[in-house]
Design a protein around this ligand. Structure first.
Ligand code: MSP
Length: 593
């Protein structure tokens, strides 16, 4: 049989009847604060994770996707605290051939498999503190209504036609692959089996009459959208990659399968012999959760930020915006893309038996510890490698020793016997550097510290905006180190509260260090919510004083009153983050086996 490298479209495409002029002016946004598009809708922001396949239990890669979205959303809530201003959805992707086959292999009805694995995702996300406002399952009735309505719009706009579609289909990736993306591998009986070049999963030749979406018409509108909004896909290398893909021909897309082949899905309205393509079904979840097709969805679309892994970029950056444009809507505000976790240098996979169970990690390292690790070490631009020793080393040095140690040094009874936020002395630490006088004690490095911590919230916000959360954490960690250096330099334990010469400076050193800690605690809330709460509570910072709007660092230095000065610290509740290397018996055991 003659098999072409490009999928052959044997249908007779007519004209769509839709003017592409409609698609020529997607909304433009300012590069303002995260999730706050300059679109006249005020401060609303809607964050999404991908919806997760239920063919297997969740692993740390899935949790990472959800944590990135959670941290972005929590940071946003610190900027705009009104609960009505932010939405955050996650969920499970339950239809399609992949699930149908996984259920059959497990001897279960698809609904049983979906219920079981969806519950595992829900439990994991609850335990990991994922603060989503909606968890969608694509098997819900509200979703079927949304998908069928969306389909109806595409149909009415002349963007769907019936044609013969053939090519290699990979059920694991749930997509057709061009010949160039297919290779041969020896199978179990020695014969040569076609597999996906990228994932190694089997592919099979499929030839069917399907509904086809006129994707080819959207190449230029997509290029205009991306060229007009350089931050639409962040980080930049992914934006560039999509523009490069769009240099190539963009073939039309098969958007249904024969129900006799794929029954586990949403039927095409008015044609029960066809089931809607699982990716179209899945992508519409982002509309379902905001009430689509009811008009209420318009107050949340397109102020949307999708957080996705690099493997699903094409679906989100080409298919989805094209489908949206086709339905008369704007593309999403932002697509934030991350890379993958490998384990000891290898791709995580069930067949290699190296899948890392996120619940075990949450138990071992605590919720905040593991959240901190994944977000501190995960770099969106490239893959990161996971191994247990790395977690222990990072958490011991940054959370237990540096941050926990700093808090302990400034609040311990022997150094801060009154248990209060001490008074800042402006003559010991004048706002102008370089002044000399008998009571001036601050040195050049101390001014550098104040400057670093004063500019930290802005830097952190920029890193969040650029989807570089690890850099935000790196910046916080560097300031924690600097603050420890400050305390070490001035050795408050050598100063005496009873001495009229020492006391004002001792109070000032502790005041500055506590102010730095207050900034760190506030900025860490999106990543380590429980630890940040413990830290801020110990400092006596109330629930209404924890937003970014209230974060005035060291006001006394700038000549303003400080609401914390003289306030009682919160109760002592033990170590901020206990060292892990004491309790590493399981790690040694794991290495012996
Ligand atoms: N169901 C689709 C998404 C549909 S969204 C409309 C899907 N599901 S998935 O379960 O395979 O993947 C969900 C997310 O997990 C994706 O963002 C994917 O990139 C991410 N990860 C899967 N494996 C991963 C790693 N090893 N590391 C990091 N993230 C990984 O795709």
């Amino acid at each position: 049989m003659l098999r072409t490298s490009v999928l052959r479209l044997l249908g007779r495409p007519g004209t769509s009847g839709v003017s592409l002029l409609e698609y020529s002016s997607p909304r433009h946004y300012s590069s303002g604060p995260l999730g706050a598009p300059d679109d006249g809708r005020g401060a609303r922001a809607f964050f999404t994770t991908p919806i997760f396949y239920v063919n297997a239990a969740p692993h740390i890669g899935h949790l990472y996707s959800a944590l990135l979205a959670d941290a972005l959303c929590r940071h946003r809530r610190l900027q705009v605290p009104s609960a009505a201003a932010t939405r955050f959805s996650t969920g499970t992707d339950e239809h399609g051939l992949k699930i149908q086959q996984a259920a059959a292999a497990a001897g279960l009805a698809p609904t049983e498999l979906c219920d079981r694995v969806s519950a595992q995702f829900q439990q994991l996300f609850r335990e990991a503190g994922i603060s989503s406002t909606d968890f969608i399952r694509t098997t819900e009735a509200r979703h079927r209504i949304a998908v069928q309505h969306f389909w109806g719009l595409l149909k009415a706009r002349g963007l769907l036609y019936k044609g013969l579609y053939e090519g290699w289909y990979c059920s694991s990736e749930e997509c057709f692959l061009p010949e160039a993306k297919v290779t041969r591998q020896p199978g179990s009986s020695g014969d040569s089996c076609p597999v996906s070049l990228e994932s190694g999963h089997p592919v099979s030749w499929t030839k069917e009459e399907n509904y086809i979406f006129r994707l080819s018409q959207f190449r230029e509108p997509l290029q205009r959208w991306l060229r007009g909004d350089p931050q639409a896909i962040t980080p930049e290398p992914f934006h560039r990659a999509v523009l490069e893909w769009l240099e190539e021909e963009l073939p039309d897309l098969s958007v249904s399968r024969k129900s006799s082949h794929l029954h586990w899905g949403i039927p095409v309205p008015g044609d029960d012999s066809q089931t809607i393509y699982v990716w179209l079904d899945a992508l519409v979840n982002y509309l379902t959760v905001i009430g689509y097709p009811n008009a209420e969805f318009k107050s949340w679309w397109p102020t949307t930020s999708h957080i996705i892994g690099k493997d699903i970029l094409k679906f989100h950056a080409i298919y989805w915006p094209a489908l949206l444009l086709g339905a008369g809507m704007s593309p999403p505000h932002r697509i934030y893309v991350h890379s993958h976790w490998t384990v000891c240098g290898q791709k995580m996979s069930k067949s290699l038996g190296n899948v890392v169970d996120p619940r075990t990690c949450l138990d071992r390292y605590t919720v905040d510890g593991f959240r901190y690790f994944l977000l501190r070490q995960g770099v969106p631009n490239w893959d990161c490698d996971y191994y247990d020793e790395k977690v222990v080393k990072l958490l011991d040095s940054e959370l237990a020793d540096a941050l926990g140690g700093l808090l302990n040094r400034c609040t311990a009874k022997r150094i801060n016997p009154s248990g209060t936020y001490p008074v800042f002395c402006t003559t010991c630490f004048p706002s102008e550097p370089g002044l000399v006088g008998p009571s001036v004690r601050a040195q050049a490095e101390d001014y550098a510290l104040v400057n670093a911590v004063a500019t930290l919230p802005g830097q952190v916000a920029d890193h969040y905006d650029n989807f570089q959360i690890y850099k935000a954490l790196e910046a916080v960690s560097s300031c924690v180190r600097q603050t420890n250096g400050f305390v070490q330099r001035h050795a408050p334990w050598k100063l005496n509260w009873e001495s009229p010469v020492d006391a004002p400076w001792l109070g000032t050193v502790l005041h500055v260090a506590l102010e730095c800690l207050r900034v760190f605690g506030t900025l860490l809330q999106p990543v380590t919510p429980n630890l940040a709460d413990k830290l801020l509570s110990r400092l006596g910072v109330s629930a209404t004083e924890r937003g970014l709007g209230e974060l005035y660092f060291l006001p006394r230095f700038y000549g303003h009153p400080c609401p914390f000065e003289g306030r009682r610290l919160g109760p002592e509740t033990g170590l901020l983050f206990p060292r892990l290397d004491q309790s590493r018996a399981w790690l040694v055991k794991a290495h012996r086996t």
